[in-house]
Design a protein around this ligand. Sequence first.
Ligand code: URA
Length: 196
Amino acid sequence: MENLGHIREEARHCTACPLYKHATQTVFGEGPAKAKIVLVGEQPGDSEDLAGKPFVGPAGQILDRALQDAGIAREKTYVTNAVKHFKFEPRGKRRIHSKPNAAEIKICHQWIARELAAIAPDLVIALGATAAQSLMGKAMPVGRNRGHEVTWRDGRRGLITVHPSYLLRIPDAESKAREYKAFVRDLKQAAKLAAT
Ligand code: URA
């Protein structure tokens, strides 16, 4: 069994795709090596790129709240991303998130595959389409597949839900509250699955 620390160290030097050239650092997963639940996001954002930790920015704050509302202790989960370097477009002084493409997702899959092999969790939750694509090896529409058990390409049990930054982008308060509830409902279902 590979040691998670060794994988993390190796990932620090990853040059397998060009994204490392402009990112500050590799943002590897974080959490207990024996976590029962692994949460997979898309890629680090601006805050995560600077901090070197996943989900510490605005999306991470919503995720923390939703996990708490779903009765899941974040510190007991392992949180990581499908793509380990921040991809962005410079715009003035700002760095605007840019979606990773299929090749980048595929190349970076080696890291998530090794993290999951080392952790051997009971359930792997995909937060959004990029994570689902990485774990399934093909595009998986979130709307049609969310909230119930799926089997990932590697045979592991999983669940798909929305990405927390989707909630940040909803302009009207009513829809935002409704979608937040649906997100929490999916996470509660995940907790139930992980316990069975
Ligand atoms: N969005 C992600 O998908 N991952 C992070 O770590 C932060 C924002």
